[in-house]
Design a protein around this ligand. Structure first.
Ligand SMILES: [Mg+2]
Length: 165
């Protein structure tokens, strides 16, 4: 079992080319697209729901570490996208992500070696790497390819037949 920790803006979702703190709620679904009051289209990266389901199916834990200035908006979006139930911990507020991780590790009682973190901002990746946690820079939204190396089942499947047993 591992703990997967994800950032929100530009990792899990794209809030219409900006951060969710710059959107204008309330949000509403229009023709299958989530829009804010300025008709900005906010979307999950295409593989996110599948990734979250797969992690849960493998028995992993999932947490959010977001330093957004608009926690209320972020929580609304988690609800609107119907992904809120996937997360075992949600640390959503401004500040250094070191604080977010400190709280996540205490809450979920997971050791640093069993955690992997995904974020689109290098400063966050750098902060979390500095305390010895595996951290992955996300350049174009979260994808299966980024998560795959950490999925035990996928790794086992990828082994040649002779080595698998
Ligand atoms: Mg981000």
């Amino acid at each position: 079992m591992k703990l997967f920790v994800f950032d929100l803006d530009f990792t899990i979702w794209n809030a219409g080319g900006t951060w969710c703190d710059s959107t204008h709620p309330p949000f509403a679904w229009k023709e299958g697209k989530l829009k804010d009051q300025e008709n900005r289209w906010i979307y999950l990266y295409p593989e996110v729901k599948e990734i979250l389901s797969e992690l849960k199916a493998e028995g992993h834990m999932i947490a959010i570490a977001s330093r957004t200035n608009a926690p209320t908006i972020a929580k609304q979006l988690l609800h609107m996208f119907e992904i809120d139930h996937f997360f075992d911990a949600r640390e959503i507020y401004p500040g250094s992500k070191l604080t977010h991780f400190d709280r996540i590790m205490k809450e979920l009682k997971v050791a640093k070696n069993d955690i992997v973190f995904f974020d689109d901002e290098y400063r966050n990746v750098e902060d979390i790497r500095s305390i010895g946690i595996e951290s992955v820079l996300v350049t174009n939204g979260l994808t299966k390819d980024l998560v795959k190396p950490y999925l035990t089942r996928t790794i086992a499947r990828d082994l040649p037949q002779s080595e698998a047993c």
